[in-house]
Design a protein around this ligand. Structure first.
Ligand code: FES
Length: 119
C-alpha cells in the first residue's frame, strides 16, 4: 500500500484534509490519499493514478468517472442530481451506491471516503 498527499489541484493551505481510500475492482485496497477539503473526487483520483478516464472533464456527459462509494460513506454525501442519476444508467457495474466522481466535492462534512473502482 502506498500513501501520499495529493492536493487535487487546489493549493489552499491550512484546510482540513479528507482521507480517501481507493479500492480496486476486487475490493482490495489500492491506495490511501489525503486531499484538501473542497477538492473534486475525480481530480484527486486521477492524481492518485486511479483508472478513471473522466473523458468529458466533469461536464457530466460521459460517465467514465463512475465509482462505487462505500455504503456507510454514501449516506453522508449530498444526493445525486437527476442528471447524474440519469447518466449513471449508462455506466457499467452500477450499484445502489454508484456516483460520478466529477460530481463529488470533498467537503469537511464528508470527512473520509472509501470508493471502489467498477469492473
Ligand atoms: S467526467 Fe464525464 S461525467 Fe464525470
Amino acid at each position: 500500500m502506498r500513501t501520499h498527499r495529493c492536493d487535487g489541484g487546489d493549493a489552499g493551505a491550512l484546510r482540513r484534509l479528507i482521507r480517501l481510500r481507493f479500492l480496486k475492482a476486487d475490493g482490495t485496497l489500492d491506495r490511501e490519499v489525503d486531499a484538501p477539503a473542497g477538492s473534486i473526487l475525480l481530480h484527486v483520483a486521477q492524481n492518485a493514478d486511479q483508472p478513471l478516464e473522466g473523458t468529458c472533464g466533469g461536464q457530466m456527459s460521459c460517465s467514465t468517472c463512475h465509482v462505487i462509494v462505500a455504503s456507510d460513506d454514501f449516506a453522508r454525501l449530498p444526493r445525486p442530481s437527476d442528471e447524474e442519476d440519469y447518466l449513471l444508467d449508462f455506466a457499467a457495474d452500477v450499484t445502489p451506491t454508484s456516483r460520478l466522481a466529477c460530481q463529488i466535492v470533498l467537503t469537511e462534512e464528508v470527512g473520509a471516503l472509501t470508493v471502489r473502482m467498477p469492473e
